[in-house]
Design a protein around this ligand. Sequence first.
Ligand code: FA5
Length: 328
Amino acid sequence: LQKAALEEIASAADQAALQALRVKLLGKKGVLTAQLKGLGALSAEARKTRGAAVNETKRALEAAFAARREALEREALARQLLSERLDVTLPGVAFPVGGLHLLTRLTHRLLDVFRSLGYDVAVGPELETDDYNFRMLNFPDEHPARDTQDTFWTEDGRLLRTHTSPVQVRYMLAHRPPFKVVAPGRVFRNEAVDVTHEAMFHQLEALVVGERVTMADMHGAILSMARALFGPETKTRLQPTFFPFVEPGAEFAVWWTNPRTGRGEWLELGGCGMVHPNVFKAVGYENVTGFAFGFGLERLAMVSYGVPDVRYFFNGDLRVLRQFRGPL
Ligand code: FA5
């Protein structure tokens, strides 16, 4: 029995076969168990020698089972290692890499400049109320100046902000002067889209309020920004214009060297002026003066990077996006 059983165990094909064999030989109804049970019928002397022999066989079988199980496990592992082998010399798959949008990078650059000049950075909601976008900025009701802003209204009487100037009001209500703050963000205007006009674009607003803030301070701030962006020789120019929330109001331009032509030229950036007394009144400020300015980032980016059409910024054309892709 022992020799045949040992051979059978050693050649069991897998764990299942081995288990079946174990039941057949050592199980409750197994061959060896039957033999052990049969011992009772023997004489004391015979039972002793026979019992020892059966137990010896049982130990031998147990050892054989253990050895075979281990061998099968080793084989299975070897097979698995072989089938799941990785070829580490294969070239990798190149994943497409994203990047920051040109306007995002320009915004970061501008914020860096203003932070270095000691400005706080604030943001406001894109969905605004008439109060913040117009009324508290000294746009009288039904005033024609509102029409210049081509407003998108919502059904509940709110609006998509037409400029970043409402952030001025929100900031003044939440802080006490003196302060310097800039506010970048998206703005929306319901106007015919063309090469230089989008329905959604970006502005950067600046507001400085204190006890004796002057027009000279405003000129200095615009000059510092222009020089940080375009170099130490850069000049700035102010030309009178009208905005309800400033008095006097001006358009500002910076002198820069156009890298495409190599020639110096004026670049109109946006509006500026001394904060109108009615705006201070609306937020409850007394005995302070201040200046504000705001300009369009697309305008700046178009000229700086030679982008010929404002619509390229947001139509998602990967050829354009890749061309201006910067580091994250
Ligand atoms: C304003 O929006 C004022 N809030 C700026 C201001 C702030 C004046 C603080 C005084 C004090 P304006 O409507 O001119 O002003 O717009 C400012 C800039 O936004 C423009 O110079 C232009 O660069 C840009 N811009 C205006 N409309 C569009 C448009 N449809 N698409 C792209 N850029 C535009």
